[in-house]
Design a protein around this ligand. Structure first.
Ligand SMILES: NC(=O)c1ccc[n+]([C@@H]2O[C@H](COP(=O)([O-])OP(=O)(O)OC[C@H]3O[C@@H](n4cnc5c(N)ncnc54)[C@H](OP(=O)(O)O)[C@@H]3O)[C@@H](O)[C@H]2O)c1
Length: 353
């Protein structure tokens, strides 16, 4: 299967390593596009080892844009790996749309298209008979959407809650151990999982994007991250954590959505929901919350994530991702690619990796 990689940062490079090491006979990368580090196209297949060692070459301006490449290069699948634009989902939405309109499948690790425009893009994918897959957008490579899609057939997801941002969870845990907020952020940055600008993590935006993506896909919410009631961890102090600990509790940044009036959580018609008081409607929020130390949420430390799906026939189902590494996001992309490959048949010579 021929791939166009749009974005070649941490995830793109990890994916290239996996393909070069183990899946050369299944996938052929025919184009790579970046923002500022050049682009490359080769219908015969790019030498991934050479690119991983030597880079792409060519400054921005002398190379085509992502849209030009998606529209002009022949391939079966576009892999969208550009950074999240939390305030619009673009340009990733445009990349996904162009790919589908030119008859290509899409796999995205970028939450933007799913958190901002899922309904329209999923309808477009159905219309053109192509797949839009996005497993790595929430909890990296851990199967979340696939559990709901394939493991809970006929079940209705009525809500979910969890700890979805590993950076803020790590920061809270380090603060509980005595580090200052600044020290905890600096450590997360040193260890490579917090951005240089950690605002999206600590102010709850990243978790809000995940809540919107989950609510859109699992509950048909048709919402955006701006519609998620959101409060981050910036106001949490060492004294707050100590007071919680003294009461046998801890503080976690919890993301959740539920149908108000369904009796799943909270009260009907709470602020942040789309429903009127007492009427069914979707409540979606991210907020720091005191939880018992011995509870599922309370036991999740470090960069571990947890998500509980509330369902009508299967009760509550909890998924935990233990201390993820970067490679797990690339695995999530690979998993989606293999699913498409299975459905497409042997577009590229078959064989065991
Ligand atoms: N890292 C993780 O563990 C993880 C986990 C789950 C989901 N994700 C999501 O996966 C995506 C990729 O993450 P990452 O860590 O690989 O990001 P990254 O290291 O920042 O890499 C982003 C890549 O996108 C390129 N890019 C930026 N704007 C572009 C544009 N307009 N057209 C084409 N390419 C463009 C960048 O090129 P330049 O460097 O040249 O600008 C870079 O190659 C993000 O949406 C992220 O939220 C990441």
């Amino acid at each position: 299967m021929r791939l166009i990689l749009v974005g070649f940062g941490h995830v793109g490079r990890d994916l290239a390593r996996i393909i070069a090491d183990r899946y050369r006979n299944r996938f052929k990368v025919v184009a790579i596009v970046t923002g500022r580090h050049g682009s490359l196209a080769d219908p015969g297949g790019i030498d991934l080892q050479a690119v991983l060692c030597g880079g792409l070459g060519g400054p921005q301006g002398t190379t085509p844009s992502a849209l030009e490449v998606i529209n002009s290069v022949e391939a079966e699948t576009v892999v969208e790996l550009t950074p999240l634009n939390i305030f619009s989902g673009r340009p990733a939405i445009d990349h996904v749309e162009a790919a589908l309109k030119t008859g290509k499948h899409v796999v995205t690790a970028n939450k933007g298209p799913i958190a901002w425009d899922y309904e329209r893009l999923a309808a477009l994918a159905r219309q053109v008979g192509r797949r839009l897959l996005f497993e790595p957008t929430v909890m990296d490579g851990t199967p979340v959407f696939n559990v709901a899609r394939y493991g809970l057939r006929g079940c209705r997801v009525t809500g979910f809650s969890g700890i979805l941002n590993s950076t803020s969870n790590f920061i809270l845990a380090r603060m509980e151990e005595g580090a200052s907020t600044a020290e905890a952020i600096a450590e997360a940055q040193r260890r490579g999982f917090a951005e240089t600008d950690p605002t999206l993590d600590v102010e709850g935006w990243d978790a809000a994007a995940k809540v919107a993506a989950l609510a859109n896909v699992l509950m048909g919410a048709g919402m955006t991250p701006l519609m998620v009631e959101r409060r981050g961890i910036t106001g949490i102090t060492a004294a707050d954590l100590a007071a919680a600990r003294a009461a046998g509790e801890t503080i976690k940044l919890v993301g959740e959505a539920y149908l108000a009036g369904s009796g799943e959580a909270g009260e009907p018609g709470e602020a942040g929901g789309s429903g009127e008081a007492g009427e069914p409607g979707l409540v979606a929020r991210v907020e720091p919350r005191r939880v018992p130390l011995g509870s599922d949420l309370g036991r999740v430390g470090g960069t571990t994530s947890i998500l509980t799906l509330k369902t009508d026939m299967m009760g509550d189902l909890t998924i935990i991702e233990h201390e993820p590494a970067l490679m797990q996001t690339a695995y999530g992309v690979l998993n989606d690619l293999l699913e498409i490959l299975g459905e497409e048949g042997p577009l590229w010579p078959k064989g065991k990796p």
